[in-house]
Design a protein around this ligand. Structure first.
Ligand code: G3P
Length: 217
């Protein structure tokens, strides 16, 4: 399973990229505006910098609601770097835009997906990635991971090439569950990536080995 980081924070991306485990980055208007406020840099400059830090896809989200606007915004964003992937919201106009962007060989990631039917529609429109929002479904009392399971099964049944990106991840168990289901990608916030790294028994084990070793030094 590929691991993307779900942030626009340049320091966080730099640190996780240095571990050699990062396959891509997802941003959205909330995350990008946070980084604009933090750094004073322009959104395009932040995206360009992110694209230079990772080889994999970097998603940049459009804000237009009409297909025409989504396509022209997508084309403009694509000029930032080759690895830009256009994040398009799930909606009728989004479907039309996804097909047009596909025809122009521009990668898309469809966001704000909350059902298997929505995922099937955008896959048929030709999106490269589909992003079900797990945490937000859990928040309203639905089992988010159940939708991921359905989407992965449906895509397997029909050899659909669209990759399933588990998004709105809140804790490390979401990542394990996504991998067990066979999702292609999990996009994970920085603080949750840090939690993947640690285990109390690892810390205790290292300390004990070093203590025993120091006895013969
Ligand atoms: O990738 C989607 C993500 O940015 C949304 O996460 O935590 O705002 O539901 P969250």
């Amino acid at each position: 399973m590929k691991i993307f980081i779900d942030t626009a924070n340049l320091d966080e991306i730099k640190e996780i990229a240095s571990w050699g485990i990062l396959d891509g980055v997802t941003t959205n208007p909330t995350l990008l505006s946070r980084e604009v406020e933090r750094t004073g840099k322009k959104p395009e400059a932040i995206l360009k910098k992110i694209c230079s830090m990772v080889e994999g896809p970097v998603t940049a989200e459009v804000t237009s609601k009409e297909a025409k606007g989504i396509v022209s915004e997508g084309k403009k964003l694509k000029r930032i770097a080759d690895n830009i992937c256009i994040k398009v919201p799930m909606c009728k106009e989004g479907l039309i835009a996804i097909r047009e962007l596909r025809n122009e060989d521009i990668m898309t990631n469809t966001t704000l997906v909350f059902s298997a039917n929505q995922a099937l529609l955008v896959a048929k429109a030709g999106t490269n990635f589909v992003s079900p929002f797990i945490g937000r479904m859990d928040d309203v009392g639905n089992e988010g991971m159940g939708i991921v399971d359905q989407i992965v099964t449906i895509f397997d049944n029909y050899c659909i090439e669209t990759e399933v990106v588990v998004a709105s991840v809140r804790h490390p168990m979401h990542i394990v569950e996504a991998a067990l289901i066979g999702a292609d990608v999990c996009t994970v916030p920085y603080n949750v990536i840090l939690k993947m790294l640690n285990h109390p028994l690892t810390d205790v084990g290292i300390e004990r080995f070093l203590k025993d070793w120091s006895k013969i030094k």
